[in-house]
Each structure stands twice: as C-alpha cells, then as structure tokens.
Design a protein around this ligand. Structure first.
Ligand SMILES: Cc1cc2nc3c(=O)[nH]c(=O)nc-3n(C[C@H](O)[C@H](O)[C@H](O)COP(=O)(O)OP(=O)(O)OC[C@H]3O[C@@H](n4cnc5c(N)ncnc54)[C@H](O)[C@@H]3O)c2cc1C
Length: 403
C-alpha cells in the first residue's frame, strides 16, 4: 500500500500593519473606473497603488466612447438618468483637467447624436422613445427623413425619420485610457502589473491585498474596480462583494480615408428592431457596435455578430461598406442585477475599508467622472454627490434571515 505523505502547505507570510511607506489606498483594476479614481485620489494627496495585469485592456478598451445619457435612457430608469446626466455635465471640466494633467487630448467632441429609424415599425418605436424623452424634459428634436439627410448626407435615402439628441457627445475611450494612465502616474500613483488574488481582512476590516506572485501590500483601504470580475475577489465575504456578471459586447472598428466627409457625428439606427451605431472619430476611425450577449466570460468574436453589425451599419449608412475593416473584438461589460452601477462602501459588515466601484454596464465611460468624484469623496471623508445615493451596494443587501 503506497503511503501518502501530506505535503506541507506553505502559509503565505502574514501581513504587517500598514506604515507611512505603504499606500493609503490600493485600487484593484485599471479600467477607466479604477484609473480615474486613482488619479483623483493621488491628486488629493493620497498614496495610491493600482494593481492590474493589463491596464486599460478590459471593457474600457472596447467601448465606443458615447456619452449618451439621452440616447441610453430606458423606461423605469429615471434615477439612473439623473446620475447619467450629472456625469455628462462633468465631462467638459473633467476633460480640461485630464488633458492638462496628461498633456494630451482625449478626443472629447460635442457634436450631439442622431438617432434614425428606417421602416415604419422602427419609426413607431422611435416615436414612443421620443415621447418618453420629452416627458422627462430631455433636449431632443424630432426630424423628418429629409432633415436627417441634410444633417448627415451619408445616412440612407430610405430613412423615414430621426431624432437629434444635442447633449449626447463622445470621447475617444482609448485616448482616455492612455491619458488616465499618464495622469495617474504623474500624480504619483504606482501601477503594479499583477493580478490581485485576494483582499486580506482582519477583525472585520481591510488589512491589505495579495497578488498572484504571493507578494502582499499592506493598506487600510481597497477600491474594488475590477469590472465584470468584481464578484470573484477572494478573501472578502461573499455578501460584501458586488453581484456583477459579464455581459459580452462585440464591436468593430472601421477606417475612413475621409474623416471629414464620412459622418460628422455619432449616428444610431434602429434596423428592424435591432440597434446599431456608428461613431466617427476625428482621425477617420469609425466604431460600429455592438452586441449585448449573456455568454458568461466568453470573449470570442463570432462571424454572425460581425455580419449582423456590418449589415445593419450598411443599411443605415450605405457608404460604410467601402471602409477598411480594421478590428473586431469582444469585451465584457460589468452588469448588475438592475443594470445600474454599484458605487460605495461594501454592502456587508466585516469588510470595513472596502469600497466598490463597478456594475457600470453600458455607461461606464459616461459615468467615469461621477464615479471618480464619489469614490474620492468616500476615501477622503467628504460628502459624495447626492445622485449616487440610489446606487450604493446596500441596495443588494440580502437580509440575514434569507441567507
Ligand atoms: C462593446 C462595448 C461598447 C461600450 N460602449 C460604451 C459607450 O459607448 N459608452 C459608455 O459609457 N460605456 C460603454 N461601454 C461600457 C464601458 O466600457 C464599461 O462600463 C466600462 O469600461 C467599465 O469600466 P471598468 O473600469 O469598470 O472595467 P474594465 O475596463 O473592464 O476594467 C476592469 C479591469 O480590471 C482588471 N482586473 C480584473 N481582475 C483583476 C484582478 N484580479 N486583479 C487586478 N486587476 C484585475 C482587468 O484587467 C481590467 O483592466 C461599452 C462596453 C462594451 C463592451
């Protein structure tokens, strides 16, 4: 009988209490959410370390960069609209500050957005949306098909009607990620290209973070901003973690040789009930998106999705057919049970010092400024903006009797 000898399990070295040399706050995840928090916190005088194996290459890399509180409004989401509008208003100042800090542009363009309907069914849907938006007091104008074509001659002659959202703008999310990395570093943040494996707690409060190599950092504050992966962090009681899931988005990048002549502003289309958008950048890139799929952590690009996006983009803007197809990728949005963000102190006792900033779903680029301001306020003991109150993790608190 073979004898089995248990291998001694190597205990990780225990964490020392933080000293003045340790970070005041460790931010897990370097998407636009984690990086903007890190930049703002460092600018406020905190010692900040950001941990991410691939900074900026998650959902924030894929996004179209639309800042579209009006176009993204949905029935029953009025309080989310207030938050989205509040963040949209922050964008001009956020852009100025960031561009100054990073010494580079982020492609923030205030052009408004056109929403188009092709057939009568799409038009009926758009009319309903328009009425809803007007009832909320939003700045939208109804357009005839002819007026749509005057504003954007590239839109198909078959367009039946449209709507103009004057306040829905765009930013180049990849320039944004680069600028945030630069600004955070210039403000003194340390960027650690590692995967965080656990948050260490002791006596019900945060004591530090452990990374894949086994190394550990002592700190009393951790911001969990690991996007759709935020529900999986080890070491934290399950009920303190935000209930987020990955929502797959496939998206294309095309390239026009005539940036001025192709489209002047983002164009969204409803084609046989399906939504498609084309977002033109100043350098000729045109972003075409996107799918919304519940596929777990799958990030494969499928022929069917590429086909459907190109087909629908072509129906709305026929000239898109001539553009070079330069990229097709898939990334994962962090979705929460109510598709709204989860921002604030962790939702359960026993995780003091843990702040959550995730669940931004389809609006994480738009919500970057308000999230950074909120988390920075929490970290420095100031009052967070009032519009964030409905979106704290506490709304998902499971009563102890039902666990
Ligand atoms: C196709 C598509 C189009 C979109 N279009 C728009 C749009 O037009 N406008 C808009 O506002 N929003 C848009 N979004 C949504 C937006 O991209 C997201 O809401 C936002 O980027 C989320 O940012 P984040 O920083 O939370 O997540 P991410 O950008 O995903 O960043 C999370 C980071 O955490 C890191 N990480 C994960 N696990 C660990 C770990 N254990 N340790 C350390 N780091 C870890 C990852 O490497 C990643 O870099 C779009 C999303 C997609 C997918």
């Amino acid at each position: 009988v073979a004898e089995t000898s248990a291998q001694p399990v190597e205990e990780p070295p225990s964490l020392a209490a933080p000293t003045d040399a340790d970070p005041d706050v460790v931010v897990l995840g370097a998407g636009t959410i984690g990086l903007s928090i890190a930049w703002k916190a460092a600018s406020a005088g905190m010692r900040v370390t950001v941990i991410d194996p691939e900074p900026g290459k998650g959902a924030s890399w894929a996004a179209a960069g639309m800042l579209a509180p009006v176009g993204e409004v949905h029935y029953g989401e009025e309080s989310l609209l207030a938050l989205n509008m509040s963040s949209a208003r922050m964008w001009p100042r956020f852009t100025n500050e960031l561009e100054r800090a990073a010494g580079r542009t982020i492609g923030y363009r205030r052009t408004g957005t056109l929403v188009t309907a092709l057939d009568q069914g799409d038009r009926a849907w758009l009319e309903q949306l328009f009425e809803f938006q007007r009832s909320l007091g939003l700045d939208v104008d109804w357009l005839s098909g002819r007026r749509v074509r005057e504003m954007e001659p590239g839109v198909t002659p078959g367009v039946s009607a449209g709507m103009f959202a004057a306040g829905d703008h765009q930013v180049d999310n990849r320039l944004l990620v680069g600028a945030l990395l630069e600004a955070a570093t210039s403000a003194g943040c340390t960027i650690l290209r590692e995967r965080a494996t656990s948050v260490e707690l002791e006596g019900g409060r945060v004591k530090g973070v452990r990374v894949e190599t086994g190394d550990a950092l002592s700190t009393l504050s951790v911001v969990l901003a690991t996007g759709c992966w935020s529900a999986d962090m080890q070491g934290v009681p399950r009920e303190a973690l935000p209930p987020v899931r990955p929502v797959k988005g496939q998206i294309l990048r095309l390239r026009s040789k005539d940036p001025e002549g192709f489209l002047r502003r983002p164009v969204r289309g409803i084609v046989n009930g399906a939504a498609v958008y084309l977002v033109p950048r100043a350098d000729g890139e045109v972003v075409v998106g996107s799918t919304v799929e519940e596929m777990g952590f799958d990030t494969s690009v499928t022929a069917g999705a590429v086909y459907a996006l190109l087909r629908d983009a072509h129906r709305v803007v026929p000239g898109s057919r001539e553009l070079e197809l330069s990229e097709a990728i898939a990334r994962l949005r962090p979705g929460s049970p109510d598709n709204a963000p989860v921002i604030g102190a962790a939702r359960a006792e026993g995780a003091e010092g843990l702040v959550v900033a995730t669940g931004h779903y389809r609006n994480g680029i738009l919500l970057t400024p308000v999230t950074a301001e909120t988390v920075c306020a929490i970290l420095t003991g100031a009052d967070p903006p009032a519009e964030v109150a409905p979106f704290t993790p506490a709304r998902f608190q499971v009563p102890s009797w039902s666990r």
